[in-house]
Design a binder for this molecule. Structure first.
Ligand SMILES: [Zn+2]
Length: 115
């Protein structure tokens, strides 16, 4: 049984590791990947849920730490709906995330392409 305090510590370490990994990503991607991998293992070991902002930095295909602009490509796609397309440049896995349109934005049907 893992205590609450231990999990709290694990959560802090995950946050620290991920912040470190993000900072290192542009300078030393391999080091950043190792730090992120460590954070991912901690989250599994202590059953700590990775915050969403960090979870989306892992490829769903190869589980590698991916950083937009470095080893991942992020595009906004869709006309009537908005979606984020994240392409992992390590394995080519494409992951789509729908973005809910904000009120009074993106609701105009005229923006739809005509065929
Ligand atoms: Zn991948």
């Amino acid at each position: 049984m893992v205590g609450v305090r231990v999990r709290d510590l694990a959560r802090q370490r995950i946050e620290l590791l991920m912040e470190c990994a993000l900072r290192w990503a542009s300078k030393d991607l391999e080091l950043a990947k190792r730090q992120a991998e460590l954070a991912r293992r901690l989250s599994m070991k202590y059953r700590v849920r990775m915050p969403f902002k960090y979870r989306m930095l892992f490829c769903k295909g190869c589980k590698t730490f991916i950083v937009p602009g470095i080893n991942a490509r992020v595009r906004i796609s869709g006309s009537s709906y908005r979606a984020l397309t994240i392409t992992c440049l390590e394995c080519g896995h494409i992951y789509r995330k729908l973005i809910k349109p904000r009120a009074g934005e993106g609701t105009s049907p005229s923006s739809r392409p005509k065929r």
